[in-house]
Design a protein around this ligand. Sequence first.
Ligand code: NI
Length: 172
Amino acid sequence: MKRPILIHPDPRLKKVCPPVDDLSDDLRQLSDDMLETMYDAPGIGLAAPQVGVLSRLIVLDCVKEEGAAPHPVVMFNPEVVAASDETNVYEEGCLSIPEEYAEVTRPAEVQVRWIDQDGHPQQAGFDGLWATCIQHEIDHLNGKLFIDYLGPMKRQMITRRMQKLKRGKARA
Ligand code: NI
């Protein structure tokens, strides 16, 4: 089932989410719903607080090639355990900040540890778009948005546009 995506500014997008300590059926269902919501948007990543659930859960699929098989990944309690000194710059966007994009610099490679949908611990290295996306989504779990990496002027400008967008939606 698709879930509505919160649009910035929203206090739930600014919260530090507590870890998941028991993988309930509800949480598994939530992760499936989040994948469905992400693919439908369409987007390449989504974090639980973006659908109003304050739990450490992210979903992603950064396979972008036309016609390539989907590669959905569900991560409970994701954690960057090592990051490269080398950085990458990507033009980032966010489903909670529609139609706004800005360049963000992040470590180019990260080692990530997480719990998968079956409750098993996993660890793997990621680079390229996957590395950027995972870091962006983990930021969400700490109440941080990509616009927090921008200067205050640019951030305020984007926030004002989002407030306007939300007012328009509320009237519609
Ligand atoms: Ni985002």
